[in-house]
Design a protein around this ligand. Structure first.
Ligand code: FES
Length: 148
């Protein structure tokens, strides 16, 4: 499973491949937002530009899904390594700095320390999903509406 190393928070969080970066962060109690975003954000629609993060390291060049058109438009004056968390799907392990617009004391040193620790590359196998036929067989007696 991919690991997201949140540098500011000093935490490693595992997620499933393809999970949305914003949703993983919120689920894990990672604060993505500054004051403006906490007071009002778009809920992940890519409109408020308050969920940006800086990708400061990757285990693979495609650790996140490609930039969306929304990101290209909204982040055109920001560094190329910045992403909107709500638009990014995690594919492989990576290092993320939340709230990059906010200073981080000893930021360069903390990023270097985070990079020095080995990151797992990510999924060695994709999760197995049951085929619809298997699911239907299991639920046949409960969905027919007939008494057994
Ligand atoms: S939550 Fe609004 S742009 Fe990401």
């Amino acid at each position: 499973m991919p690991v997201i190393r949140f540098v500011r928070e000093g935490r490693d969080v595992e997620c499933f491949p393809g999970e949305n970066l914003r949703e993983v962060a919120l689920r894990e109690g990672i604060e993505l937002y500054g004051l403006k975003g906490r007071l009002g954000n778009c809920g992940g629609c890519g409109q408020c530009i308050t969920c940006f993060v800086d990708v400061v390291g990757e285990s693979s060049p495609d650790s996140l899904s490609s930039r969306t058109g929304v990101e290209d438009q909204k982040l055109r004056r920001r560094p190329q390594s910045w992403r909107l968390a709500c638009q990014a799907l995690v594919q492989h392990s990576l290092l993320v700095l939340t709230k990059p617009q906010t200073g981080l004391a000893d930021g360069d040193q903390k990023i270097a320390q985070a990079k020095a620790q080995v990151l797992p590359a990510g999924p060695t196998a994709w999760p197995v999903v049951e085929s619809p036929e298997e699911v239907d067989d299991d639920n046949e007696s409960t969905t027919s509406g007939e008494e057994p």
